[in-house]
Design a protein around this ligand. Structure first.
Ligand SMILES: Cc1cc2nc3c(=O)[nH]c(=O)nc-3n(C[C@H](O)[C@H](O)[C@H](O)COP(=O)(O)OP(=O)(O)OC[C@H]3O[C@@H](n4cnc5c(N)ncnc54)[C@H](O)[C@@H]3O)c2cc1C
Length: 509
């Protein structure tokens, strides 16, 4: 029977913050019709201010990293720093990481949202501002989403899937009846975004004393973010709003100066409240980003983890909506990302235990961590890999090659016509990528599949790939399968069919 049911889109995304925009872009790139509904008008303020290595790699695999870097250099004389913090303690060094982006890039959330909005438009996505999602009903075939619009009052849109990327107070999560469990705020920190040039000599500055913890980095060359935890007030009752004079008094206590600030863009308080959604999926409805969790923004990686979740979900939704993949692929979203989120929350707890305490015992612990443990190469590497997202490992089946579940590095490639490129360039169209690592001729691509093929230009030097001769890379850049035989000897139809069922049908021909 012909299905005549009307859908306004394949996928409706509630919220156009970083998570919602990335899911929307990824779903649109995968060929889905996407409708993105955002409650507010244009964004006006940045919470996050940086991008980490793995997120830059993901953006590079969509051809966006150069645009991001260019914008960052327009706004800052030097937007990159190889130094980072853990638990507020300086000393992390990113430059040893095996990536094209061994640094933290300063770029404010508002700029990232603007760039993703443009990208979504280029991909044909439909973004509607001042559209507030109120709730939804779902049935066997789709989701009807109730929306309040400024121009047309209340109306309903229908799609096959709904994604709640609508932040920590998510209406989608509430309507889905998904519990959000955790604890309220007990400790507080501040950001003062001041219209001054960075008063410190380095790009980013971090220090702590008995007065508290201090950080500075540029949002733009002309606006500096001065963040701090004031030991005197961070655990006390907080007033409703913070006056300019109160903020300057805390700055003088913790940073040692108010830097003669005359004008501020924003004074904001943030805290250690932590909540986690009990589930990330309710049949045809998914949660992503801060609708899944909130936490203290320790080490400035929260948005970066949300973006990685969104990359994980977006291509899968598009593949299932288009009938290229089975519904069970969508279950792998929570299976893969939930352990990453839980590990992040544990790390934030550890960091809070150190960062918000200023007594003698904690001061001694901080000195030991900062001067002895963090500089150790293995410790430094582990912490940098965790924070940057490069260390994420998705579960691999028993007996599979150790590289399965890891992200594929950006190696140089040659295709069957002898054209050279790189892994990230080949992933731009969100195809699967089958790679011959033996230096042989690239295997033939299979018509009718979103899959590319290439071979490695130079022998594998990356230790995690040792022993592998063929690698299947997913559209989001993670290794789906790796085998010990070259593609010319064994073509992995079965392994490919696990992700793209149509590959199995092609093998039968
Ligand atoms: C002070 C502070 C500093 C931070 N610094 C960093 C940092 O340096 N680095 C970092 O990586 N992370 C940082 N973070 C975390 C980061 O800001 C968040 O992780 C990120 O904003 C989450 O993105 P999101 O898209 O999931 O949610 P949001 O950014 O909250 O976006 C949700 C969107 O949904 C919209 N919306 C809400 N309800 C509805 C509805 N009913 N219908 C339609 N639309 C709706 C909202 O208007 C909003 O645009 C910081 C957070 C704080 C508080």
């Amino acid at each position: 029977m012909l299905n005549t049911e009307h859908f306004d889109a394949d996928i409706i995304v509630a919220g156009a913050g970083p998570s919602g925009l990335v899911v929307s872009c990824e779903a649109a790139l995968g060929g889905a019709r996407v409708l993105t509904l955002e409650k507010r008008g244009e964004p006006s303020w940045s919470r996050a201010g940086n991008l980490t290595s793995r997120v830059l790699e993901l953006f590079a695999s969509r051809g966006l990293a150069d645009r991001i870097l260019k914008r960052a250099f327009e706004l800052h004389t030097e937007p990159r720093t190889a130094s980072g913090i853990w638990a507020g303690l300086p000393g992390l060094r990113y430059e040893g990481l095996e990536t094209d982006y061994p640094f933290v890039l300063f770029l404010s959330q508002i700029e990232i949202e603007r760039m993703l909005t443009e990208h979504l438009k280029d991909l044909g996505g439909d973004l509607r501002l001042r559209h507030e999602v109120l709730g939804f009903d779902q049935d066997e075939t789709g989701v009807s989403v109730r929306v309040r619009t400024e121009a047309q009052g209340e109306r309903t849109f229908r799609a096959r899937y709904l994604v709640g990327a609508d932040g920590n107070k998510s209406s989608v999560r509430t309507a889905a009846g998904i519990p959000f469990e955790g604890h309220a705020a007990t400790k507080y920190a501040y950001n003062v975004d001041a219209r001054i040039r960075n008063p410190y000599p380095g790009v980013s500055t971090f220090f702590h004393s008995e007065a508290g913890w201090a950080m500075a980095y540029p949002l733009r060359d002309t606006v500096t973010r001065l963040a701090f935890i004031d030991a005197q007030t961070c655990r006390g009752p907080q007033s409703e709003s913070t006056s300019f004079d109160e903020a300057m008094a805390m700055l003088r206590r913790v940073h040692g100066s108010d830097f003669d600030i005359r004008e501020v863009e924003a004074i904001t308080r943030f805290h250690d409240a932590m909540f986690l959604a009990a589930r990330m999926r309710e049949r045809r409805v998914f949660l992503v980003g801060e609708s899944v969790r909130i936490h203290y923004p320790a080490s400035g990686v929260g948005m970066n983890f949300c973006i990685q979740d969104a990359f994980n979900l977006g291509w899968k939704l598009a593949a299932v909506a288009a009938g290229r993949a089975a519904d069970s692929l969508l279950d792998t979203y929570e299976q893969e990302r939930r352990p990453q989120i839980e590990a992040l929350l544990d790390d934030v707890r550890r960091q809070c235990a150190i960062q918000f305490n200023f007594d003698d015992e904690h001061a001694a612990l901080k000195r030991f961590l900062q001067d002895v443990l963090i500089p150790m190469p293995d410790v430094n590497r582990r912490l940098c890999e965790n924070l940057s997202g490069l260390g994420a490992r998705y579960e691999r089946g028993e007996g599979s090659h150790p590289s399965v579940g890891q992200r594929m590095p950006n190696l140089k490639l040659t295709d069957a016509e002898g054209e050279t490129s790189s892994v990230f360039e080949q992933l731009r169209g969100q195809d699967f990528l089958l790679l011959d690592l033996t230096g042989g001729v690239a295997p033939r691509a299979l018509a009718g599949l979103r899959m590319k093929t290439a071979s490695l230009t130079a022998p594998v030097s990356n230790s995690s790939l040792q022993g592998a001769a063929t690698v299947l890379v997913r559209p989001d850049g993670y290794i789906a399968w790796a085998g010990e035989q070259a593609c010319s000897e064994y073509f992995p139809f079965e392994e490919l069919a696990r992700w793209l069922p149509s590959a199995g049908r092609l093998a039968d021909r």
